[in-house]
Design a protein around this ligand. Structure first.
Ligand code: OAD
Length: 238
């Protein structure tokens, strides 16, 4: 592992452009539950079944209760050393892009400025009627929240079956295609199109490294795997 870290550090030193792609694992040491794995259940509901437009249409109160629970957890916690290490890496590269699937806002709290929030933010709400969106940090939130136009407000996050924000996705693919090094941190690599960004970078010649305590669907296709926790490994790359 030590040799691998040294090899990666020397790659990072030489690189001009760096892309970091993150998933829920980056926030797990802060105390945010991941989606898959042992802590992936909420009141016996599968988060995957709640994060859909159909679930919201059918039972907006239930979906809002789940988001309110997540917002209340996230509001009380802090970024961890992985978030801070990523914010520090940003300062060292002329070309740097952070692409996160996380909606918790912890990267921004840690000081990251060039973050593409591919799946939106749990702190932004949008109206299902007029489409207006605005920041809302109320915890607990009054269920069901309403827009000034009277329409129902929903979290401004991307649910299963929904398209990703076009501009964000375009910038993410662009950055991935131009990366010299990409770090893929704390993602199971099963949700598309986010997972395919790693393969895009690899296909375009980047040195792509996975940082995750578990093997993932991406593991076999990348250049290096550092097996361990993001909060422990990321600071060693600085
Ligand atoms: P997952 O919950 O699918 O995967 C979390 C990954 O983090 C797993 O591979 C874990 O092994 C790894 N992990 C856990 N603890 C870690 C640690 N301390 N350090 C590093 N890695 C760790 O989360 P995502 O891949 O982010 O989408 O899931 C992708 C998307 O699926 C999410 O953005 C969300 C979900 O449905 C939406 O809500 C649209």
């Amino acid at each position: 592992m030590r040799i691998q870290i040294e090899k990666l550090k020397s790659r990072l030193k030489k690189a001009r452009s760096l892309v970091v792609l993150t998933g829920a694992g980056v926030s797990s040491e802060s105390g945010v539950p991941t989606f898959r794995g042992a802590d992936g259940l909420w009141r016996n509901h599968d988060p995957m079944a709640l994060a859909t437009p159909e679930a919201f249409e059918e039972d907006p109160v239930l979906v809002w209760e789940w988001y309110d629970w997540r917002r209340s957890i996230i509001s009380k916690i802090q970024p961890n050393p992985a978030h801070y290490a990523i914010a520090e890496l940003e300062k060292r590269y002329a070309e740097f892009t952070l692409i996160t699937q996380n909606v918790d806002g912890l990267h921004l709290l840690a000081g990251s400025q060039k973050a593409i929030e591919l799946h939106g933010s749990i702190w932004t709400l949008k109206c299902v009627e007029c489409g207006n969106s605005s920041e809302n940090r109320e915890v607990p939130i009054k269920i069901l929240p309403r827009c000034s136009c009277g329409g129902l407000l929903r979290p401004s996050v991307v649910w299963f079956g929904e398209a990703l924000p076009e501009g964000a996705l375009y910038r993410a693919f662009e950055a991935s295609s131009n990366a010299e090094v990409m770090l893929v941190v704390g993602t199971s690599g099963v949700v598309q199109p986010a997972a395919s960004l790693a393969l895009r970078a690899k296909g375009a010649g980047a040195f792509v490294v996975e940082i995750n305590p578990e093997e993932t669907q991406l593991s076999g296709s990348l250049d290096m795997r550092l097996s361990g926790k993001a909060g422990e490994l990321m600071p060693t790359l600085l």
